[in-house]
Ligand binder design. Structure first.
Ligand code: ZN
Length: 464
C-alpha cells in the first residue's frame, strides 16, 4: 500500500488548481526533466501549473503507461473535484483509497464508468480508446466532424468509440497516430496523456484535425455531386467530372469522404475507380446476358445465352476496328451472377455498359427494343442517348419491328454507375425473329449496328 502510494504520489501532484488559472498562455519555461524535450510543451505547461510531477526529481518517464486510477485522479485534479475519500460504486476501489474521492466524483459527473461486473480495475493501464471516452465526457464535448481512422469503423451511435474519438479529434485533442489510425487498444503513455489533457484545457495547444489520405481514386462520370454528408439527402457543395482525382480520407458505408481540388465532401463510391478514366477514352463493357447454368429464354431451337454470346463477340470485333476498347463480362459459356456483372465492369475501368439479350413472350410479339434506366440522375441523359443510338440502327439492320427505347429498372441498368443500355435483339418466341437470330447474316448485322450505335454515342459524348 505504501509502495503504491509513493509511486502514485511521485507521478501526481497534490495541488488543486483553480479552473481560472487554466486558460493562461503557454510559457517558455526551462525543460524540467532530462527525459523530455523542449517540444513537450504540454508536459511543461502542466508541470508549471503543478498539475503533473515527474517519476523522480529529474525524470518524467514519458513512455510509461498510465493506469486508470492515475488518469481519474489527474482529471479530478485538473477539474478541481472534491477529493475527500469516500465509498465508491466499485467493488475494487475501497473508500480508504487515496483515489476514491476522485473516482466517485468522476462517476457522479458521468465522466467515468466501470465494467459490467461492478469493478473499475484501477491498476489496469488506460487505453487510448478509454481516454477518448473519458475526455469527451470530462470536457462535455458534443461536436463531431468528418473524422476518419482506418482502425475504427464509423458508427454514429452517441455512445460508440468512434463518436468519442471523433469528438476529441474535432475538438483538437488528438490527431491520431499520424498514419491514419487512432490505435484505440494501445496503452496511453504519460506523454500522450499530458498532451491530451493540456489540449483539452488550453486552446493554445490544440491541433487542427487532419485526416490522412488512404486512397487516390478517379471520378468515372460527369456532374458527380459532392455532398456535405453520406446520403443524397445532404446538400451538394460541388460537382466533379470524369477523370477528376479524388483523395479519399475514409468511408461511411458506400460513401467516400475526401477532397478534389478545393472541394471537400462525400461522393458515392461507385462513381470512383482506381484507374484513370479520361473523358475522351472510349472503353465499353459488353455484357452477354445469361450463360453457363442460366440459358435465358429457350424457344424455336435457340438458347438465349448462345445467341447473346455470339452477337456480343461480333460486337467486340466491330468495336475494336473502330478503336474502341472492350471489356467482356464473359467471352465463353460461363455462369456469372447477375449482381456481379456491373461490379466486374466497374473494376475494368470501362466508362459505358451494354448488355445484350434476346426476348421471349407470346409468339405474336416481335422486333427489337433497347432499355435504359433513369434511376441514377448522373447518367440518365447519357444512358438514354446510348440506348437510342443503338436502337435506331438495330431495328433497321434486322429489318425488324421498332419497339423503341424504353425505361426499365433492370438490375444491370439501375445499379450501374456508368451510362448503360440493355438491348433485346428480337423475340426467340417469334418464328421470324428466331429465324433471323439463327443466321450468321443477321447476327452479324445486329452486331455491326450495335457497335455503330456505341460509336455514335462516343462521338456524341465528345461534344456533350
Ligand atoms: Zn435475357
Amino acid at each position: 500500500m505504501k509502495n503504491l502510494f509513493m509511486k502514485v504520489s511521485l507521478f501526481l501532484v497534490a495541488i488543486v488548481l483553480v479552473i481560472s488559472s487554466i486558460g493562461l498562455s503557454p510559457t517558455s519555461a526551462a525543460v524540467p526533466f532530462k527525459d523530455i524535450l523542449s517540444t513537450d510543451k504540454e508536459i511543461i505547461y502542466l508541470y508549471d501549473r503543478g498539475m503533473i510531477k515527474g517519476t523522480s526529481a529529474t525524470t518524467f518517464s514519458p513512455d510509461a503507461s498510465v493506469t486508470r486510477e492515475q488518469a481519474a485522479v489527474m482529471i479530478g485534479r485538473a477539474f478541481n473535484f472534491n477529493s475527500t475519500p469516500r465509498k465508491t460504486s466499485f467493488t475494487d476501489v475501497k473508500s480508504s483509497s487515496y483515489s476514491s474521492g476522485y473516482i466517485q466524483e468522476a462517476v457522479n459527473r458521468g465522466i467515468i464508468t466501470g465494467y459490467g461486473d461492478g469493478t473499475f480495475k484501477p491498476l489496469q493501464t488506460m487505453t487510448r480508446g478509454e481516454m477518448a471516452f473519458l475526455l469527451s465526457r470530462a470536457f462535455n464535448l458534443t461536436k463531431t466532424g468528418n473524422v476518419f481512422f482506418t482502425d475504427i469503423k464509423v458508427d454514429t451511435a452517441s455512445t460508440s468509440l468512434y463518436t468519442a474519438v471523433n469528438k476529441i479529434a474535432t475538438f483538437g485533442i488528438s490527431n491520431g497516430t499520424g498514419t491514419g489510425t487512432y490505435a484505440p487498444n494501445e496503452d496511453l503513455n504519460r506523454r500522450q496523456f499530458a498532451a491530451f489533457l493540456a489540449r483539452g484545457l488550453n486552446p493554445n495547444y490544440r491541433v487542427v484535425f487532419q485526416n490522412a489520405s488512404i486512397d487516390t481514386l478517379y471520378v468515372t462520370v460527369d456532374s458527380l455531386n459532392v455532398r456535405t454528408g453520406p446520403s443524397t439527402g445532404y446538400t451538394a457543395v460541388g460537382k466533379l467530372n470524369t477523370g477528376a482525382k479524388f483523395t479519399v480520407y475514409g468511408y461511411n458505408g458506400v460513401w467516400a469522404y475526401g477532397t478534389s481540388g478545393t472541394i471537400s465532401g462525400y461522393v458515392h463510391s461507385s462513381y470512383l475507380s482506381k484507374a484513370v478514366v479520361s473523358a475522351e477514352k472510349r472503353y465499353i463493357a459488353i455484357d452477354a446476358g445469361h450463360g453457363g447454368t442460366d440459358p435465358g429464354a429457350v424457344a424455336n431451337g435457340l438458347r438465349e445465352k448462345d445467341v447473346n454470346l455470339d452477337v456480343a463477340k461480333r460486337v467486340e470485333a466491330y468495336l475494336k476496328t473502330k478503336g474502341i476498347s472492350v471489356y467482356m463480362t464473359r467471352s465463353t459459356d460461363k455462369t456469372i451472377a447477375l449482381d456481379q456483372r456491373v461490379p466486374l465492369a466497374v473494376k475494368s475501368g470501362a466508362n459505358a455498359f451494354v448488355s445484350i439479350h434476346a426476348n421471349s413472350a407470346t409468339p405474336a410479339a416481335s422486333g427489337s427494343e433497347t432499355f435504359y434506366s433513369a434511376a441514377l440522375d448522373e447518367n440518365a441523359i447519357h444512358s438514354k442517348q446510348l440506348a437510342t443510338f443503338i436502337q435506331n440502327r438495330l431495328y433497321k439492320a434486322m429489318s425488324h419491328n421498332n419497339r423503341g427505347v424504353k425505361e426499365a429498372p433492370y438490375l444491370v441498368l439501375r445499379t450501374n454507375p456508368m451510362p448503360a443500355a440493355l438491348v433485346e435483339l428480337g423475340f426467340l418466341t417469334n418464328s421470324s425473329d428466331a429465324y433471323k437470330l439463327s443466321t450468321v447474316y443477321y447476327k452479324d448485322r445486329a452486331a455491326s449496328a450495335i457497335a455503330s450505335g456505341i460509336d455514335d454515342y462516343y462521338k456524341w459524348k465528345a461534344n456533350n
